[in-house]
Design a protein around this ligand. Structure first.
Ligand code: SF4
Length: 345
C-alpha cells in the first residue's frame, strides 16, 4: 500500500479520475485530512461509503504507529512514532498561551554529531519521507481540542533539516497551503547547524520560511568541539549565508545557542558572541541545556544564565531564553527515543 501523504494530489487525483470521480473529491479528502482532522478514511462521511472503502484498500493514511504518547503538566505533548522499518522519531506539541507550536523531525537519528544532543548519539539512520514529515504534523494536530488550532511549526526535532530538503520542502508546502494546514510561512521556522550549500539552496527557492542557525559557540575553535560538523564550515561562511538568506527572504534571523554549564556560558563567551553578531537584525535564542542521561554536560547556573543574558542585552541584541517546556517528558530532541530504546519491551 502506498502512503497517501507522500504525494497527496499526485496520487489521489489520477486515482479518482480513473474511477470516474469528479475533481472535487480530491478537495474533499484534503479538507478531511487537514481541516476536519479525520483519523481515517471511514471518518470522511461526505464521501460515498464504497469510495471510502476503496481509498482504505488502496492507500495508507498513516505509515507509523504511536509507540508512546506523553503529556506534561504544562500541556506539552510528545509522540514517539515507530516507522515501518523499525526506526523511531519524536515530535512535540507545545502550548503557550494561544500559540500551538509543533516541533517535527526530519531524519531518523542525525549525522551532525552535536556533542550535547541525544539525537545524534547513534548517528544518522536515514532521511524521513515527505509523508512521514506530514504525518507528524497531522498526528500532533489530532491531539488538539476542537477549539485549538496549530499556529506555528518549528523544524527542530531529530535530524538536520537542511540535510533532507528534498523531503522537507514539499511537506512545508502542504503545511502552508490554504487547503493544507494553512500555517503562514512566517510562522514556520527551519533550523540548521549551518550547512552553507543547503542554506543557499533554500534562499534560491525564494523561501519565505524563518531560518534559525545554531551557533552554540562564539568562535570556530570552541564550535568545532561542540558541533563537529563545523570543522569544515567556518563561522564566517555560516554567517555570510545567513546574511544572504536574510537579504533574500526579509525574515529576521534567529541564532540558536545552547548554553552548556562551564563550557560556553561565561561573560567572555557572551561578549565574543555579541562581537560576532554585531548589528545584525537577529534574535539570539539561548537554550539553557537540558541534561541527557549518559552525557557529561550540565545546565548552566542561574547566575551564569543571568550574566550571559545581561552582556548580550547591554550590547543591544534581541535575546530570548527559551522556556524549558516539557522537561518531565524528555521533550528535548532525541531524549524520549533513547529512553524508550533503553527500556526492554
Ligand atoms: S542538535 Fe540537531 S543537528 Fe545537532 S546532533 Fe542534535 S538533532 Fe542533529
Amino acid at each position: 500500500m502506498t502512503h497517501l501523504l507522500n504525494a497527496i494530489d499526485e496520487q489521489l487525483k489520477p486515482w479518482l479520475k480513473e474511477r470516474g470521480q469528479g475533481g472535487y473529491r480530491a478537495a474533499q479528502v484534503r479538507r478531511w485530512l487537514f481541516a476536519r482532522r479525520a483519523a481515517d478514511f471511514a471518518a470522511m462521511t461526505d464521501l460515498p461509503q464504497a469510495l471510502r472503502e476503496e481509498l482504505a484498500a488502496e492507500f495508507d493514511l498513516w505509515s507509523a504507529e504511536v509507540a508512546k504518547h506523553t503529556v506534561a503538566e504544562d500541556g506539552t505533548e510528545k509522540l514517539l512514532l515507530s516507522l515501518r522499518d523499525g526506526g523511531q522519531v519524536e515530535c512535540v506539541l507545545l502550548r503557550d498561551e494561544i500559540r500551538r507550536t509543533i516541533c517535527i523531525s526530519t531524519q531518523v537519528g542525525c549525522g551532525m554529531g552535536c556533542v550535547f544532543c541525544a539525537s545524534g548519539l547513534d548517528g544518522l539512520q536515514r532521511n524521513l519521507s515527505t509523508g512521514e514529515i506530514i504525518e507528524q504534523m497531522l498526528r500532533l494536530q489530532l491531539l488538539l481540542a476542537p477549539e485549538e488550532r496549530l499556529s506555528h511549526i518549528v523544524v527542530m526535532g531529530m535530524g538536520e533539516p537542511l540535510a533532507n530538503l528534498d523531503a522537507l520542502l514539499p511537506a512545508l508546502v502542504e503545511a502552508s497551503r490554504d487547503d493544507g494546514l494553512g500555517i503562514s510561512a512566517r510562522r514556520i521556522t527551519i533550523s540548521t547547524v549551518g550547512l552553507t550549500k543547503a542554506m543557499r539552496r533554500l534562499s534560491d527557492t525564494n523561501s519565505r520560511y524563518r531560518l534559525a542557525v545554531s551557533l552554540h559557540a562564539p568562535n570556530d575553535e570552541l564550535r568545532r568541539q561542540i558541533v563537529p560538523v563545523s570543522d569544515k564550515i567556518p563561522l564566517v561562511d555560516v554567517l555570510a549565508e545567513a546574511d544572504h538568506y536574510f537579504e533574500v527572504s526579509g525574515r529576521r534571523l534567529t541564532f540558536e545557542y545552547v548554553l552548556l554549564g562551564g563550557l560556553n556560558d561565561s561573560p567572555d563567551h557572551a561578549t565574543e558572541l555579541a562581537n560576532l553578531l554585531g548589528r545584525r537584525t537577529a534574535l539570539v535564542n539561548v537554550i539553557p541545556y537540558n541534561p541527557v542521561a549518559g552525557l557529561p554536560y550540565r545546565t548552566p547556573t542561574a547566575a551564569a544564565q543571568r550574566s550571559f543574558r545581561s552582556v548580550l542585552e547591554q550590547r543591544g541584541l534581541a535575546v530570548r531564553f527559551r522556556h524549558r517546556k516539557g522537561d518531565a517528558i524528555d521533550a528535548a530532541c532525541g531524549q524520549l527515543r533513547r529512553r524508550m530504546a533503553s527500556v526492554p519491551s
